[in-house]
Write a protein that binds this ligand. Structure first.
Ligand code: AHR
Length: 501
C-alpha cells in the first residue's frame, strides 16, 4: 500500500514568517575574517567583501542575520568596532581564544547586510556589558541625530540611522560557559532594565530574551524558560532557543529523527508562554513568539583545538546532515503559529552552508535544503495528514554530552506544506536509507492540475560530502504532471523533495 499525504486547505496552522530563513554571522573562526570579509584578496571587492561568497550568500535569500555573536558578544565592546580603523583596538577574544582586530564592526556589517538584502538582528552584551552600553548602541544605530552617539555615527560617515529593529538581550545566559553567566532571576532583572533603556531610546525595536541553550546534565532548561518568560513577559517579543544535534554514535535513523526533539521543545515552550500569558491576563498584547536563533548540526569540530583560534568549528557536512536541516525547517513550518524567527548557525566556514578558502569556495550539503525553503516555502502553513511506515529510535545521544532521546513512531516521511497564492508547496524528507517510498498526495478539496516543479536534494549515499571541485550532493530540478484529486510520487531513498503543485 502506498504512503499517503493529505492536503486540506482548511486545516491551517499559521502564517510562515519569512524571518525563519535567517542566518548568523559571529566573530568566530573564519566567519567574518577570511569568510565574508577578506581585504586584499583578488576575489574581494574594494570594501574587502568576498564577491564569490556574497553570490552564494544571496542564493540563501537570508531574511534576518544575527550579529555579532554568539558567545563572542558576551565580552564585546561595540565601541571598539566603530570609527577610524587605525584607532580601533586589538583585543584578546576570550570566547574562541583569538585576537579580534575590530577591523569589522557595526557599520561594516550593516553595509554587508545591505548587499545581502537581509534585515539585521543585533545581540547586545549582557555578560560583561552594562545596560547603558546596550542602550548607547541603540542610540548609535537608530537615532537620527541629536544625542552624542547618534552624532558619533554621523561623524563616522553614516548620516542615516541603520534602524535595526531586532535586538536580543544577551546570548545563552543560562550556560556556565557564557562570560558573565547569570542565574535566571539575575538575568531577567538585567534584561528587563536593558530592554527598558533600549526601548526608551527607540520604542520601535523588538526584543528577544535569551531562553534555554543548556541541555547538559544538571541543567534545568525548562525552569530557566519559565522564569524568563514569567519575568519578561511584558517586555520582550520573542524568546530565543538554541539547539545543536550530532550523529555522535553513528546511528543514522536516530540522527535524522532528532529535529522531532526540537519540535517537542517548541511545544513545551509554547505551553509555558500560553500559561504565563493566561495567568497575567495579557490576552491584549501580542503573544511572545519563539526565535530558534541558533540551530544546526555541530559535533565533529566540538572539542579541543577545533573550538579555538583561526579555524574553529569548520564542520564539513554530508547528505544525512542536509536531511536533518530539511527536517528542522519542516519543524519550523509545522509550528508556524509560534516559531517566527530562526537562524541557522552560521553563515560561512563556521558550522556553515558555505565553505571558503583564499582561492575559492564551495556549497556544503546543508546549503541546498536551506536555499530551497528560503526561496520557495512561504504562505500559510497547513496541518498535513501523513500516513507512512514508522520506526522507533531507541535511546540515543542527541549531541555532544547533551540530553538523550528515545522517539517512538517516527514516520519515514517527514512532511510540511504551505499554501501560497494558488500554489501548494509540499516538503518531504524520505528518511529511509534504502527504499523509495511511493506516496499518494491527496487533495481533500479541489484538484491538482498541470505540470509541477519538483526539486530534489540527494546524493549517492548518506555520507556523501561536497568539497572544492566535487559536488556529490546538490539540488536537481525535476517535473511532475498531475490531474485530479490525487498525484502519486515516489520519494527516493535519503532525499529531500520540494513540490510546487
Ligand atoms: O554557534 C556557535 C556557538 O554556539 C555560539 O557562539 C553560542 O551561542 C553557541 O554555544
Amino acid at each position: 500500500q502506498n504512503a499517503r499525504i493529505k492536503i486540506d486547505l482548511d486545516r491551517t496552522i499559521g502564517e510562515v514568517d519569512e524571518k525563519i530563513y535567517g542566518n548568523f554571522v559571529e566573530h568566530l573562526g573564519r566567519n567574518v575574517y577570511g569568510g565574508i570579509y577578506d581585504p586584499g584578496n583578488p576575489l574581494s571587492d574594494e570594501k574587502g567583501f568576498r564577491k564569490d561568497v556574497l553570490e552564494a550568500v544571496k542564493g540563501l535569500n537570508v531574511s534576518l542575520t544575527r550579529y555579532p555573536g554568539g558567545n563572542f558578544v558576551s565580552n564585546y565592546q561595540w565601541l571598539d568596532g566603530v570609527g577610524p580603523r587605525e584607532d580601533r583596538p586589538t583585543r584578546l577574544e576570550l570566547a574562541w581564544n583569538r585576537l579580534e582586530s575590530n577591523e569589522f564592526g557595526t557599520n561594516e556589517f550593516m553595509e554587508y547586510a545591505k548587499l545581502m538584502g537581509t534585515q539585521p538582528y543585533f545581540a547586545v552584551n549582557l555578560g560583561t556589558g552594562t545596560i547603558e552600553e546596550a542602550r548607547r548602541w541603540v542610540e548609535y544605530t537608530n537615532v537620527a541625530s541629536g544625542p552624542k552617539y547618534a552624532e558619533l555615527r554621523k561623524e563616522h560617515g553614516y548620516t542615516e540611522p541603520h534602524n535595526i529593529i531586532y535586538w536580543s538581550l544577551g546570548n545563552e545566559m543560562d550556560g556556565p560557559w557564557q562570560m558573565g553567566h547569570l542565574s535566571a532571576e539575575d538575568y531577567s532583572k538585567k534584561a528587563r532594565e536593558a530592554g527598558k533603556l533600549m526601548k526608551l531610546t527607540d520604542p520601535s525595536i523588538k526584543l528577544v530574551a535569551a531562553g534555554s541553550s543548556n541541555f547538559y546534565p544538571g541543567a534545568d532548561p525548562m525552569q530557566w524558560n519559565k522564569v524568563v518568560i514569567d519575568e519578561l513577559k511584558d517586555v520582550v517579543d520573542y524568546l530565543a532557543l538554541h539547539m545543536y544535534v550530532g550523529n555522535v554514535d553513528d546511528d543514522y535513523y536516530s540522527f535524522v529523527a532528532s529535529p522531532l526533539v526540537l519540535e517537542q521543545r517548541t511545544r513545551l515552550v509554547k505551553g509555558l508562554i500560553d500559561e504565563a500569558m493566561h495567568r497575567a491576563e495579557r490576552a491584549d498584547r501580542d503573544p511572545i513568539y519563539i526565535a530558534w536563533d541558533e540551530y544546526n548540526i555541530w559535533y565533529r569540530w566540538r572539542t579541543g583545538d577545533a573550538m579555538t583560534g583561526e579555524r574553529a568549528l569548520e564542520e564539513r557536512y554530508n547528505l544525512e546532515d542536509a536531511l536533518v536541516i530539511a527536517s528542522f525547517l519542516n519543524a519550523f513550518i509545522r509550528n508556524s503559529d509560534v516559531v517566527k524567527i530562526a537562524n541557522m548557525a552560521q553563515l560561512v566556514n563556521v558550522i556553515a552552508p558555505i565553505f571558503a578558502e583564499e582561492d575559492g569556495m564551495f556549497l556544503q550539503t546543508i546549503y541546498h535544503p536551506m536555499a530551497l525553503f528560503a526561496n520557495h516555502v512561504f504562505g500559510t502553513a497547513l496541518d498535513v495528514y501523513v500516513d507512512s511506515e514508522k520506526y522507533d529510535t531507541g535511546d540515543f545521544a542527541l549531541g555532544m554530552g547533551e540530553q538523550r532521546a528515545d522517539l517512538k513512531d517516527v514516520p519515514y516521511l517527514d512532511v510540511s506544506a504551505t499554501y501560497h497564492g494558488d500554489e501548494v508547496i509540499i516538503n518531504v524528507v524520505n528518511r529511509h536509507k534504502d527504499k523509495a517510498i511511493t506516496t499518494d498526495i491527496i487533495a481533500q478539496e479541489g484538484a491538482f492540475t498541470g505540470e509541477f516543479e519538483v526539486y530534489e536534494v540527494n546524493g549517492p549515499d548518506i555520507k556523501a560530502e561536497n568539497d572544492f571541485g566535487k559536488t556529490n550532493v546538490e539540488t536537481m530540478k525535476k517535473s511532475l504532471k498531475g490531474k485530479g484529486d490525487k498525484i502519486t510520487y515516489s520519494f527516493p531513498a535519503h532525499s529531500f523533495t520540494l513540490i510546487k503543485a
